[in-house]
Design a protein around this ligand. Structure first.
Ligand code: DX5
Ligand code: ZN
Length: 218
């Protein structure tokens, strides 16, 4: 199996020193950027300007997670801001396949995400249109919540469907990933792992990234 992808979430970073915080995880594979609009989720984070700032700080792959209503209205702003992959929620859009096609035509990767209560089965046939599926293992909106182990059923169903169809769609998991939970997520079939508090809550974020990667290596 390919080396696990570790994606620190800057939502958990100290914004008074964002540049330093991003550079502190230079050994991470991706940087996860959480966009919240105060409508789709009961919290507000930041938008395209901070995304662009992060893109200027680093050459790392920017994994942009849109927890917003009407993602079709906003995706181009995030593409222009330097997103490498734009992930939107299927609960927030009418036509997830059309939005994925739009993103791919713009030259960025397309991902969809599901809240814990949203089943994966209706979306399995659409996987060829997507580079990534982001499984939420907490209710989206806040960092620092507890991992929901029942979401690994969704990961297993995805792994089976992706392998059976010989697709290279990546499975990413987001919420409550830590040194205690990452191995179970890796064993269920995840390729990429978002970690906020388990990276930025540590004295040495770079060491936390390396440790998580090692624990996720099967
Ligand atoms: C939650 C966000 C997550 C969050 C993860 O809505 O999508 O990316 O920052 O934080 P931790 O790893 O602390 O659960
Ligand atoms: Zn996220």
């Amino acid at each position: 199996m390919a080396s696990p992808i570790i994606a620190p979430s800057i939502l958990a970073a100290d914004f008074s020193k964002l540049g330093e915080e991003v550079r502190a995880v230079a050994n991470a594979d991706w940087i996860h950027v959480d966009i919240m609009d105060g409508h789709f989720v009961p919290n507000l984070s930041f938008g395209p300007d901070i995304t662009r700032t992060v893109d200027k700080i680093t050459d790392q792959h920017l994994d942009v997670h849109l927890m917003i209503e009407n993602p079709e209205r906003w995706v181009d702003h995030y593409v222009d801001a330097g997103a490498d992959c734009v992930i939107f929620h299927v609960e927030a859009t009418e036509d997830h396949v059309a939005l994925a096609q739009h993103l791919r035509a713009k030259g960025v990767k397309a991902g969809f995400s599901l809240k814990p209560g949203t089943p994966i089965e209706p979306y399995l046939a659409d996987l060829p249109h997507f580079d990534l599926v982001l499984v939420m293992s907490v209710e989206p909106g806040f960092g620092g919540q507890s991992f929901m182990p029942d979401q690994l059923e969704k990961v297993r169903a995805l792994r089976e469907a992706i392998d059976a169809a010989q697709l290279d769609t990546l499975i990413e998991i987001d919420g409550g990933i830590s040194e205690k939970t990452i191995r179970a997520a890796a064993e269920a079939g995840c390729d990429a792992f978002v970690a906020g508090s388990a990276v930025y809550g540590k004295e040495d974020p770079a060491a936390a990234v390396d440790n998580l990667r090692q624990l996720a290596t099967i």
